[in-house]
Structures are given as C-alpha cells and as structure tokens.
Design a binder for this molecule. Structure first.
Ligand code: BGC
Length: 456
C-alpha cells in the first residue's frame, strides 16, 4: 500500500518535472515555427508556473470540500486536456492557454500529492516519501529532455507525450480511497476507519489501527474547532518557521534554477554551441546529473545535516554561476567549456541540497495546527517565484546578456549562504514534536539542534 502512495507521489512529481522540462527542447522548433519575440516567449513558457500558482490557490480552497482524491482526478483530466491542446495548438495564444491549463493541473497535483502522502504515510516514512517526490521531479525533467531529444523536430509530439503520465495518475488514483483524515473531517468515520485499516494492511480491530484512528479523530476535531488562519502564520510563535520555509523557496527559485531547467539549450546556444542536437544532448546531461545528485543528496541529508548541506549547495551554485557570468562578460574563448562545466557544477550543487531541502524543511518546521496552511503558502512562494524567473529570463537576457543575469543569480546564492548561516535551524534527527516545543519556548529557531530543548 505504501508503495502505491509512493507511486502517486512519483507520478505527481514526474508531471511537475515533465512540464518544467519539456519546453527546453520545444523552444527551438517553436521559435522556428511561430517566430516569437522574448516577451511572448517568456509569457508562453511561464504560463505553466503561473497556472500552477493559480492551481495551488484553488486546490487550497477546494481540498476540504471535495477531498484530495477528487482534486487529483480533476488535475489529471486538466493535464490530459492541456497536453492535447498544446499538441494541436495553432498559434502562440492557443499554446499559452493550453499551457495555462496544464499549469493549473500541475499546481493542483503538486499540492494535493504531498498532502495525500502526509495524511496517509506512517510518520516514520514521511521524510523518505518527501524525498521521493523531489527525485520524481528530477526524473520528470530528465524524461522531458529525452523526449525533446527523440522528437527534436516536432514540438507537437513532445507536448502530446505529456498526456501519458497524466493518464497513469488518473488510473492510479481512481482505485484509491480518499485519506482517512479527510474522511474523518467530513464525518465519514466508518469509511475513514476502513481506509486506514486498508492502508496499514491490518484489520479494523487491530490495536495499532485503533490507536492511530483515535489520534486522527482527535486531530480532525481540533481542526474543525480551530481553523488555521493566515494571521496564525505571522504570530510570533510561527513566524520564524514561516521565514525559513518561505525564504528557502524564494532563494531556491531566485538561484535561477528554472532559467536552467526551462532554457538550458538556450543557455548552451548563447555559450557558443551552435547545433540544436548538441544543445539538447548537453541539456540531457544536465538532466542526468540532476537525478544522480538528488540521490546523493538523499543519502547525505540525515548524515551531514540540513545546514551543512545547504551551505555546500549555495557555495557551489554561487561559484558556478560566477564562473559562467565572468566567462560570458569577458567573451572568453573557452566559453563553451566554461558553460558546460559551470552548469554541471551548478546543477550538482543545486540537486544535492537546494532542490530537496526546501520541500523537506517546509514539512518539518511548522507546528501541527498550521502545518497544512504553512505548506500551502510556502508552495505558493515556490510557484510565484518560479513564474517570475521563467517569465523574466528571455527578457533579461535580451537586455543584460547571460553575464548580467547569471551574475544576479550568483548574488542571490551568496545571500542564501548568509540566510542559512543566520536563520536556518538544524532539524536532522530532531522530532517534529521537539521542533514544535522549541517554537513554543520562544527561543530563536536557529538555536535548534545547537542546544537541545529537551531540558524545557
Ligand atoms: C524546484 C523546481 C525545480 C526542480 C529542479 C525543485 O525542487 O521546486 O522548481 O525545477 O527542483 O530539479
């Protein structure tokens, strides 16, 4: 059963990644067929993260009334429709609208999947499942790059392939029930108990199932009585957690990751790689390094700790971006090599830490009563800044060149170092309850893991 849930995480993550990555290979044939200017290109490309931003808001509002399962099904439908519409698009506008629809689906799925998992997974496996989600994002990106290589002449086929994982999501979810927690909140206790027993593969009368169900019921009742509000997030107790969660996503996105993920072939083109096939091949290499280093990051996350890993990540991305920026500014003859080496170092440093950690930490730092709300605000920050970077990249490059834009991202990574040093707590090996007690104590969140709050 847990494998099924992990598979849902996997498919939703892969959808997220595929839709980010597919445009990389599609842009060259699109430019050829539609002849678009930088503003139009930014708009059409960024329609996915913009739609996802809207989708995440809608999902946050509808999740209580309609449930996680039905929203995931709706997302899958949106996604199939969007993929087919973009495959048959007849111009820039229809493509932009199709991508907006895909984005809506991605936003809903990318929010509902982690929620579904966190409400169904046994506590001990939550962290692992969150990392699987990030790994699936990178696999989705790589899949999109491979599809871009295979169909390099036809953007229509690239988009059409995107319907496949969406159909898989629909079929996968169709056979599952909603989460025990949501069923309980809606007062459907018998169904909730049955769903929980099925997920734990035990009988309803099993003591462990009974105990867990009692806990779910108490939590559900508490939620009913005390609805988390936005103002709760800025209350002094929760604010440090909000700053860490939002800050990490803001830095993750402004480090320029999606300028690379969405526009890698363009970056290679600007660095002197003239053949489209070489550009896509180099891009696929970036996709492979992204997957592999995410796996390395998963292995290191609990050994090195969150903070050290983040410091390594931001240092690596800052150096890599700086090298590319200087190479581009000085018109170095070695620009091709610098760009390739720089981008490999960049993506490796990102994948090992800056990719997974914001997702992991957003599910750790918030106290239980505001966790869902905090996570949804944090993912809105993710999509909002994803949109900003993706939309602005073609325009900024046309205006300031690669050197200016990558230089800017490098500065953000240096700020990331300072942010981590001063504000990010060490949460590895600390239980969620301990984190919550620490927040309650009013001590700076950053002190967590330095002196243990257990004495309190
Ligand atoms: C980010 C995405 C990014 C991906 C790259 C994720 O953690 O949220 O925006 O494209 O990592 O692997």
């Amino acid at each position: 059963m847990m494998y099924l849930i992990a598979a849902i995480a996997g498919i939703a993550g892969a959808l997220f990644g595929f839709d980010e990555g597919v445009i990389a290979g599609a842009l060259a044939p699109l430019r050829r067929d539609l002849g678009i200017d930088p503003v139009a290109e930014g708009m059409m490309t960024a329609a996915v993260p913009f739609g996802a931003f809207l989708g995440a808001i809608v999902a946050g509002r509808l999740a209580l009334a309609y449930g996680r399962r039905r929203l995931l099904l709706a997302a899958a439908v949106l996604f199939v429709v969007g993929a087919l519409l973009s495959a048959f698009a007849f111009g820039l506008w229809s493509l932009t609208i199709a991508r907006l629809i895909i984005g809506l689906g991605v936003g809903v799925a990318a929010m509902m999947a982690p929620l579904y998992i966190s409400e169904c997974a046994p506590a001990a496996q939550r962290g692992m499942l969150v990392s699987i989600y990030q790994l699936a994002i990178t696999l989705g990106i790589l899949g999109a790059y491979v599809v871009g290589y295979a169909f390099h002449e036809s953007w229509r086929w690239m988009f059409a392939v995107g319907a496949v994982p969406a159909i898989a999501l629909f079929v996968g979810i169709f056979g599952l029930s909603d989460t025990p927690r949501w069923l309980a909140v809606r007062g459907r206790e018998a169904e909730a108990r049955a769903a929980l027993a099925r997920m734990r593969e035990k009988s309803e009368s099993d003591p462990a199932v009974k105990a867990e169900f009692a806990e779910i019921l108490t939590g559900a009742v508490q939620d009913e009585n005390r609805k988390a509000r936005l103002s709760d997030l800025i209350a002094p107790r929760v604010r440090p957690a909000l700053i860490v969660a939002m800050g990490l996503f803001l830095l993750q996105q402004l480090s320029g990751i999606n300028a690379v993920i969405y526009y890698a072939p363009t970056v290679f083109e600007l660095s002197g790689f003239s053949s489209t096939t070489t550009q896509i091949l180099a891009t696929a290499g970036i996709g492979v390094v992204n997957v592999l280093m995410t796996i390395v990051g998963m292995a290191l996350i609990d050994r090195l700790g969150r903070r050290l890993l983040l410091l390594i990540g931001f240092a690596g991305t800052a150096v890599a971006l700086g090298v590319i920026a200087i190479g581009a500014a000085t018109g170095s003859e070695m620009m091709g090599k610098l760009a390739l080496g720089g981008l490999v170092l960049y993506i490796a440093s990102f994948a090992i830490a800056i990719g997974p950690l914001p997702w992991v930490m957003m599910s750790e730092v918030f106290p239980l009563d505001v966790r869902a709300l905090g996570m949804s605000v944090a993912s809105l920050v993710n999509w909002g800044f994803n949109f900003l970077v993706v939309f602005s990249f073609p325009v900024l490059v046309a205006e300031f060149g690669l050197a200016g834009v990558f230089g800017l991202y490098a500065v953000v990574c240096v700020i990331g170092l300072a942010f981590t040093q001063w504000l990010v707590p060490e949460t590895s090996g600390v239980s969620l309850e301990e984190i919550e007690r620490h927040l309650d104590s009013g001590r700076p969140l950053r002190d967590l893991g330095r002196f243990t709050p257990r004495a309190a």
